[in-house]
Each structure stands twice: as C-alpha cells, then as structure tokens.
Write a protein that binds this ligand. Structure first.
Ligand SMILES: C[S@@+](CC[C@H](N)C(=O)[O-])C[C@H]1O[C@@H](n2cnc3c(N)ncnc32)[C@H](O)[C@@H]1O
Length: 221
C-alpha cells in the first residue's frame, strides 16, 4: 500500500492512502482526534479501574497505543493492549512519525519505536504497566475469546471506503469479546454504523465529536 505523509492541523503527521483516497486520521489533528475519541471518551471511562484490557481494530501508526501507554505513566493503571492489523507499517514509515514530540512525550520515543519493532502474534511486556499483543489478521475473519476485553478502539478506515468492516457480523464478534459493561468507541457517527451496532446488541450513545466532526459514537454492552 502506497502511503504519503501529511501534516495535520495540530502539527501531528498522518498518512494518506491514495488507493483508498483516505487518511489514517482526521486532517484537523491526528493527536487531537485520538485523544478525544479513544483516550477521553474510551479509556477515561475506566479511570477508576486498576487494570484495563483493550482491543484495537487497526493498529496502524500505533498512535492510540502510544497515547494509552503514556496514560499509564501518569496514572499507574495497568493495560493489556491487543491490536489487530492486516497491513503492519514498516520502519521506513513509522520512523517518519512525530507523535512523541507533538504529544510532549519526547522521552518515550524509544517506547514508541518498541511498540512497532516488537514481534507480532505474541504478548510483549513493553513496560511494567503496558503489555502489547499485536495480531496480524483480517478483522473480517478474526475470532477472539468471549468476555476478554473492557474496551474496544474501533479505528478502521471509514465506512464509505471499507464498508465490509462496519457490518453487523463484525460488531457481533466484538460484542462477544467484550466483558459485560464493556464499551466500544469510534470516530464514526454514521447512521448505518449505529444501526449495525444496535442489531449486534450494543446500546448507543452519541457524544460530541473531535474538531471537524459533529458527533462520535460510544457503544455499550
Ligand atoms: C484508520 S487507520 C487507523 C489506524 C490506527 N489506529 C492509527 O492510529 O494509526 C485503519 C487501519 O486498519 C487497518 N486495516 C485495514 N483493513 C483491515 C482488516 N481487514 N483487518 C485489520 N486491519 C485492517 C489498516 O491497515 C490501517 O492500519
């Protein structure tokens, strides 16, 4: 997949995928979007919990994993972070990204690289508090254990360019792998996506979106 680096409005870089005519993140700010949707509306819901298990759909640039790891440094929370990704980025791509600098966590630059260079398909203890398991798989036929995760970061490419990833069958699998009381967060607020989530059993909450988007979705089991 050809990728072109693009500067977003908050100074953080993302990639544009010409084949899909789609960016990895919002051009209004990759870091602001990730913080708003995944960290504040997602991980923030579990602030009082000592240990949280997260599943990310689409590891990509590792931005959500990196911000989650940075949270553990602030609050001492222990995270198990699994991420499904079909097309891992190679070093020539991820080494271009400026997330440690833009987020003010320059001291964690090596950890950002470790998130990418660690082996796939095995759990790796990145720090004492952060365990990462990157799974190279197609989410369309990936199966997980029931009731394994507290939180899902659903960060696939948009429903207009990859509609097959936003279907009821996928959300049904994700519903199964969430613990009772678990939540799924995503930047999309599309009606067809919410209906597919509802049919899979989720309760839906509309929240204000990050800059450039009116709404986002938080779905509850
Ligand atoms: C919108 S990007 C976001 C990625 C990431 N969360 C980030 O912050 O960079 C979507 C990601 O989903 C991955 N992807 C696309 N199709 C997939 C599939 N069928 N199964 C798993 N991952 C897929 C892409 O390679 C890409 O890394």
């Amino acid at each position: 997949m050809a990728l072109e680096p693009v500067m977003t409005e908050d100074g953080s870089l993302t990639f544009y995928v010409p084949d899909l005519k789609e960016h990895y993140h919002s051009t209004f700010g990759a870091v602001q979007e990730s913080r708003h949707v995944f960290i504040q509306a997602g991980l923030g819901s579990f602030a009082s919990q000592k240990e949280v298990s997260i599943l990310e759909i689409g590891f990509g640039t590792g931005l959500n994993a990196f911000l989650s790891l940075a949270e553990t440094k602030k609050n001492g929370q222990r995270l198990f972070y699994a991420a499904v990704e079909l097309f891992p980025l190679d070093e020539s791509h991820y080494s271009k990204l400026n997330y440690p600098e833009v987020t003010g966590f320059t001291e964690y630059k090596e950890l950002y690289h470790k998130l990418h260079s660690s082996p796939w398909n095995v759990p790796v203890q990145i720090t004492e508090l952060f365990c990462l398991e990157k799974l190279q798989a197609d989410i369309c036929n990936w199966k997980s254990d029931p009731e394994k995760f507290n939180l899902i970061f659903f960060d696939a490419f948009g429903p207009d360019v990859q509609p097959e990833l936003w279907k009821e069958a996928i959300f049904t699998e994700l519903y199964k792998t969430l613990k009772p009381g678990g939540i799924l967060v995503t930047y999309s607020a599309k009606g067809s996506v919410r209906r597919a989530m509802k049919s899979a059993g989720f309760g839906i909450e509309k929240l204000p979106g990050p800059k450039g988007k009116r709404e986002m979705t938080r779905a509850m089991k």
